[in-house]
Design a protein around this ligand. Structure first.
Ligand SMILES: [Zn+2]
Length: 214
């Protein structure tokens, strides 16, 4: 592997030189090293990083529907939700809708893959949002346990997987499928009941809004 390339082309921007001539030389070297297609992509990503582009209405809808089950799992288990911005910060080609999780002083991209099964799309989002959540827990001095496994409450985490064409949470110790992604419950039954009630009310409200808009 080329040690200058850091293994991923989005890493290149960190060693950008100053000065127009050195920058031009750097770009020429980079283009020679990674090829035209990747180079153009880096340039487009850089431009989007500097001035993000809002998603189209259709892309927003795809994003909202795709992340909803994972947000529901975060909410049902009492976690804070990511601040998802409906804007593109990097060029991710035709195969994905990109969005951005904003955090104070930075953020990270998330991708909704369009070219696989619905199960794969959800599995992949669960993986991305789990990674965001785990970083957040660790940064605040907690253990990397989200979602907590109901079978082994101490130090076991559920991992996203695909089982029988469905996106599921699987216990990382026993390998057992614990729940469909989007159907986690809070370990405390009274909190779980309160959440269910809230979710049903929200469902009725959005069904009424949908009927009214037809
Ligand atoms: Zn477990």
């Amino acid at each position: 592997m080329d040690p200058d390339n850091g293994g991923g082309f989005f890493n290149v921007r960190r060693d950008d030189p100053d000065g127009p001539e050195r920058l031009a030389q750097y770009h020429a070297d980079l283009r020679a090293r990674v090829g035209d297609e990747v180079f153009d992509r880096i340039q487009r990503s850089r431009a989007l990083g500097d001035s993000p582009r809002p998603l189209t209405d259709a892309q927003k809808e795809v994003l909202r529907q795709a992340v909803a089950p994972v947000l529901r799992d975060l909410e049902a288990t009492g976690q804070t939700l990511p601040d998802i911005r409906e804007e593109v910060h990097e060029d991710c080609g035709e195969d994905a809708v990109c969005a951005w999780i904003h955090h104070p002083g930075g953020g990270e991209g998330i991708r909704v893959w369009l070219n696989g099964s619905a199960a794969f799309q959800l599995y992949s989002l669960a993986e991305q949002l789990q990674s965001w959540k785990v970083d957040q827990l660790v940064d605040s001095g907690q253990g990397p346990w989200w979602p907590c496994c109901p079978q082994h409450p101490a130090g076991c985490r559920l991992e996203p997987d695909i089982d029988d064409e469905a996106a599921v949470w699987r216990c990382s110790r026993s390998g057992q499928v614990v729940a469909a992604i989007g159907s986690l419950r809070h370990p405390d039954p009274s909190v779980a009941a309160r959440f269910e009630k809230m979710a049903r009310r929200e469902q009725r409200r959005s069904a009424r809004t949908l009927r009214a808009s037809r």
